[in-house]
Each structure stands twice: as C-alpha cells, then as structure tokens.
Design a protein around this ligand. Sequence first.
Ligand code: ADP
Length: 457
Amino acid sequence: MRKKLFLTTLSIILFTLILSIVSVNFVFKQQFANYITQSNETIINQLPSRISAIYLRNDSWDIVALEQLNNDLPVDVYITLTDLQGNVIMNLENPMNAMHGGMMNMMGLDYSVKEWKTKELPIVGADQTIATAQIRYPEVARILNPQDEKFSAAIFHSLIFAGVLALMIGMLMSYWMSRRLVAPLQSLTEAANRIGSGQFDERVPVNSKDEIGRLANAFNAMADRLKHQEYLRKQFSIDIAHELRTPLTSIRSFIEAFEDGVLPPSPDNLAIINSEISRMVGLASDLKDLNTAEIGEIRISPQPINIVSLVGNVIRSLYALFQDKDLKVDFIHKVQDIAISGDERLLTRLFYNLIHNAYKYTETGGEIRIEVDDLLDEVQIRIKDTGIGIPESDLANIFERFYRTDRSRARETGGSGIGLALVKQIVLLHHGTISVESTVGKGSLFTVRLPKTKTKD
Ligand code: ADP
C-alpha cells in the first residue's frame, strides 16, 4: 500500500512535470521566434535607406559596400536588388544561410522554413526611385543564430534543472506522505492481529477526525463490543454450568432417595423430576434456536397468521401459571383478526418469552396487560406488567444474549438471559421492531411491531 501510494504520487508528479516542461518549452520557443521575427522586420525595413545611402555615396552601385550588407542581414532573409528596368543588380543574403542548410541536411533534419513572406521595397535616390529590393523572409523566424540558440538552450536547461529539483522534492514529499498515511493503517492491522489472538484490551489511538480517525473509532468500538461479548460468553459458560448442575443435582438426589427407599417414586416426586428435565430441555432448545437465528440459518417459512389468535393461544397456555401467582391478566384487542405473514412456531416463541417474562418478573397479585392494535401498515403488540422493572442502565443491554439484570435473582427465577436475545432475532427475521420502557419497582412495557400482510384493494 505504501509502495503503491508512493509510486502513484510519483507518477502523477512526473507526468505533470514532463507536461509542464514540454508546454513551457513550446510556448517559449514560439514567443522567442516571434520576437526574432519582429526584430528581423525592423532590420528589413531599415534596408532601403542603407542601400540608398551606399548608392548616393558614389552615385553608382558599389558592389563591395553592398556585399558588406550581407553580414548585417538576418539569417534566412533573401534580397534581390533590381534596377528600374528589372535587371538584377545583386543578390544579398547572410553567408550563414548556406552553412545552416548544409548542416541541417547533414544531420538529416527537416528544419526548413514552411511559410515565406515577400516584400517589395523601393530604393529612393536623391529625388526618385532608383531600384527595387525584393525581399523573401520566413513568416516565423528560425532560431539559428548561435547566441539565440544558446539563450534558448539555457532556458531549456533551467527548465530541466527546476524539473529535476521539483521531482526530488516531490519524491521526498510523497515518501513522507505515504508513510504518514499508511502508519495508522499499519497500527490498525497490528491491533487487529492482537485482537484476533484474543487480546481484547487492544485499542488504537485516534489522532484525527478524517476517514482514518473514523476507522480507528469504529475499530475501537468493535473491540469494545468484542470484549463485552467475550465477557458475556465467559459469564454464560459459568451460568450454564450452574443452570445444568442445579436440576441435575436435584434429579440425582431424588433418584438416590428412591434407591435408598427414603422417598417413594410417587407421581408428585416424579412430576418434580419431570419439571426439572423440562427446564433443561427448554434451555437447550432456546439455545439452539438462538444460535441458528444468529448465524442466519433459521429460514422462516412465512404463512398467513392471525396474530390476535396466536397471542391469545400463548396467554391461554400460561393460564395455570397466572393463577398460581394470582395475577390479573387483561387481553385487549379491538378486532378479532389481524393478518400477518410469519412463522407460527417462532412467533409463538416470541410472545411466549415476552409474556412468560412478564409473569416471571411480576410479584404475586400483580397485573399484566396485553394489547394488540391494528396500525396502518403494522400490527402493534404491547405487553405491560406491574413487575419489578428493569434499571435504566440495563435497558440497552437486555436484548443481548446471556444478559441478566440481577444475576442472583434471575437464577432464582430460572432465567438464563437468552430469552430476549431470541425474541429480538425473531422480530428481526420478521422485519419488525421491538422496544422497551421500564421503571424499577413499577413495571415494564415491551412493544413489538410487525409488518402486516398487504391486503389487495
Ligand atoms: P431470562 O431467561 O433471564 O429471563 P431474558 O433474556 O428473557 O432472560 O431476559 C433478560 C433479563 O431482562 C432478565 O434476566 C431480566 O433481568 C430482565 N427482564 C426481562 N423481562 C423483564 C420484565 N418483564 N420485567 C423485569 N425484568 C425483565
């Protein structure tokens, strides 16, 4: 990743540099050629007066003096001097022209002038025109003059030097930047490895508020949850051992008493053994359901269900328990039939767990109120009790597996802390929601909402 980041920034720098050097060089050459063209034109425009001065000196054409003009002419400028009858007096050009042409040919370069310009300037004598200068010169001058070439090369070299300097600074910066960006990811990877090997106290420092900082925050939150889950798992192993040992010890004591003839295997005694076994079976099936729901293996086989009668059946199945505790139970529903689509066995388990909890955590003589309401797209089931309530600090956790508000008391009531975790999973499987409100000493209210089957109009 660090290497990738470094190479990417480096290639971006390199690309931009080459592009800017090439374009600056191109623009410079063009501007420089324009400048030379302009100064050539100035020289050309001064020619007629210089030629006329040479003529006027002797009142005739002084070929030697004219030849001297050749050296002052810009490269690539060709002048044909003709008299008024059209006879050529002389051809003028810079002696370097021939040399350059030869050199270019030797180097195999096609460096020829593409566009030519021509001009005809009259040479005026004492009082009348004495000759004409036909001038041919490049539309854009070539940079051929050694000094111009030197200047242009110097500019190019400075450009290259600046480019190399920028490249080196860029390399250093991209190396530093890639290290800075990747370092927190490296420490995250190391922390993740340590968590993977069971060190759940591992955390990473959060030094920024950017994406990396947010990732570190999310990572720490995940580590917190893992640590909490690990704590719950350990606690659960202790609890489950206890949950199983208590009924097993009780069953063994009964059997020993039967063997020793201390107790008769009467229906009452056998019923106690039976209820202990039922408790263990219930625990085992809760655990199995929760695990399969959590790993997403429970496939609900949706079927049309009348939720009012399903809740009614659950209440009826618990009737004997309500009577034992002398609980007043109200079942309120305005309509007899609200259709939803869901899994009957799981929904029965969902409401059984909630209503059984209401029974478990409500003192003798208390009240339980179960209401089913038909909302627009959903059905709402509320289970309210006047029981012991749940401390506010526990409310956020009670849907977590193995969570119990008061361990010793929950043990007395035979809970293992998986009932509500399973309830939550079943609600999620049915695309519903569940919430809880509670006041210690006053009671609790669990609200479940499930989507209704869409009726065709
Ligand atoms: P348990 O098998 O221990 O009842 P649950 O997952 O069903 O496990 O419930 C988790 C914890 O939430 C319980 O141990 C209990 O402390 C608390 N709880 C659940 N329902 C109620 C309720 N109706 N009133 C008071 N406390 C409740």
